[in-house]
Write a protein that binds this ligand. Structure first.
Ligand code: NG6
Ligand code: CA
Length: 506
């Protein structure tokens, strides 16, 4: 076999022809929006705001109507996406503070690591929110590691945590971008540091006021979660962020030509603080939240243009999704509530970000791969936790037993070749409540807590007794049928327990 290959190689060299490369592996562009709800895009029914670029991808690709993030908040969804293992198996994987240590163990099989093994150049651009550095947090003024590189990303350009958490600086590979060593940066989540004004003490300095939380250090006229001082030359300008990130994604794609690449474009939009570029201000008529949706759509369009320009469209799989469901007031007075204008961020679903109801995790999910994925819609049950094992299959890197153990290979479903998806999907709410969907049924385990979060005005889905909904007849989860069908409740509770009891291995 090897000798034959050598002959072929020799032959083609002698003839002066380039060596034929075996089937070129597809590039993968994963656009992961932040807090984008099922109903926030026009191809999922939004009419008050339009997303033509995302709609175009949907038109050319396969649009899933029953696709789920693993959790209804960011950090655990991303943890599961990148490891193929449910975050709730590991403590400390809830919403991470901005000075958290790297949450993903560096000896774990990861989605980017699998692709790297298959010869991909891998990059992450945008929101990270999975911690950086060793136990105790990173050395912000030195080499910030371990981080993306240690878990399989060749390149990274990050917001370390979220837009509303300090430090408000970009980290490229292992260094803060533009940091002046004579003005070192300090970060604290314990108490004020340096003498920077806070939103709490100096509301008169704010260009956007907070509604709950977010009253600590003021950066760029917006008070954040956490305290920081120094690093003045390195601070980001929120209004430029979408342009900066999109530019980095495009640069990554341009410099990857000739080699398969994977880019995880983790957009800041449409998370708070919503400070879109002035090009988008007032354009949606829905205030900054709507304008941020327009900005997100623009980012998507720019990346698609790059693929077109470089002739990469055909051999690139593009996925557009979100890390969790929507929230309207997430802590800033940005008129999102007042200007909603009848828009339904969750579409027909109940709940939202943080909650156990379906809007928490059922998110937009579109796969486009021209010639390989037939355009259309799919109501197959799919989960983002399965991308790791599915990509492993796609690039011929089979996983060993126990690796990415919660991730199932559902590549055929993602490619539209199978109508059926997973047998069941697990959803995870912020208080740890788990739910399970199988077929038409959704079971939410009993849990304690308020039924309404009064800050965000989101229904949590928590009840001290079991809940059972027939999603086919009642997608909005309005009729709890648990008492009517105790047998189904028992079956789903047992299945959930079996999954919960599974060992978390590498
Ligand atoms: C919450 C923040 C919210 C947002 C969220 C994380 C407050 C009051 N609320 O604690 O604004 O930052 O964390 O969002 O601080 S996520 O999309 O990254 O999960
Ligand atoms: Ca999020």
């Amino acid at each position: 076999m090897q000798t034959k290959f050598l002959f072929l190689l020799l032959g083609s060299c002698l003839l002066g022809k380039p060596v034929a490369v075996a089937q070129q592996k597809p590039n993968i562009v994963l656009i992961y929006a932040d807090d984008l709800g099922y109903g926030d895009i026009s191809c999922n029914g939004a009419t008050k705001v339009r997303t033509p670029n995302i709609d175009q991808i949907a038109k050319e690709g396969l649009q899933f109507t029953n696709a789920h993030a693993s959790s209804s908040t960011c950090t655990p969804s991303r943890y599961s996406l990148l490891t193929g293992s449910y975050a709730w198996r590991k403590t400390g994987t809830g919403i991470a503070p901005g000075d958290a240590a790297l949450l993903i163990p560096t000896d774990r099989v990861t989605l980017p690591g699998i692709l790297q093994r298959a010869g991909y150049k891998t990059g992450v651009v945008g929101k990270w929110h999975l911690g950086l550095g060793p136990k105790g947090g990173p050395d912000w003024n030195g080499d910030i590691k371990p981080g993306p590189r240690e878990i399989g990303f060749t390149y990274s350009f990050l917001l370390p945590a979220t837009g509303d958490r300090v430090p408000c600086v970009y980290v490229e590979n292992q260094r803060i971008v533009g940091l002046d060593p004579t003005d070192p940066i300090q970060v604290s989540y314990k108490g004020p540091i340096g003498n920077e004004p806070t939103g709490k003490d100096h509301p008169e300095l704010l260009k956007m006021k907070y509604s709950h939380g977010h009253d600590q250090t003021i950066i760029n006229g917006v008070s954040r979660i956490g305290y920081m001082s120094g690093g003045k030359s390195a601070r980001w300008v929120d209004e430029e962020m979408a342009d900066v990130l999109t530019g980095k994604v495009n640069q990554f794609i341009e410099t990857s030509k000739g080699r398969p690449f994977f880019v995880y474009f983790s957009t800041h939009d449409i998370h708070v603080p919503r400070l879109p570029n002035s090009r988008f201000l007032g354009k949606s008529g829905m205030g900054p939240r709507g304008d941020a949706i327009l900005q997100l759509d623009w980012c998507v369009g720019e990346v698609m243009k790059t693929l077109d320009r470089l002739g990469l469209k055909e051999n690139t799989m593009v996925i557009v999704s979100s890390d969790n469901g929507p929230v309207v007031d997430d802590g800033y007075q940005d008129q999102a509530v007042e200007k909603l204008n009848g828009h339904k961020p969750a579409g027909p679903l109940r709940g939202g970000k943080y909650s156990a109801f379906d809007a928490g995790t059922r998110v937009p999910f579109i796969v486009r791969w021209p010639g390989k994925v037939k355009p259309g819609k799919s109501d197959a049950l799919v989960s983002q936790v399965d991308l790791a094992a599915s990509f492993a299959t796609l690039v011929g890197q089979p996983l060993a037993k126990g690796e990415a153990a919660d991730s199932f290979n559902t590549l055929d479903t993602f490619l539209g070749q199978a109508k059926k998806g997973r047998e069941y999907v697990i959803e995870h709410a912020i208080n740890g409540t788990l739910s399970l969907i199988r077929g038409n049924w959704k079971y939410i385990e009993p849990s304690n807590g308020p039924t309404l979060n009064t800050d965000t005005n989101i229904e949590t889905g928590y009840l001290p007794k079991p809940q059972l909904y027939d999603l086919k007849a009642d997608l909005g989860e309005t009729k709890n049928l648990a008492e009517k069908y105790p047998q189904i409740v028992a079956e789903l509770a047992t299945l959930l327990q079996t999954v919960r009891d599974k060992q978390d291995t590498k």
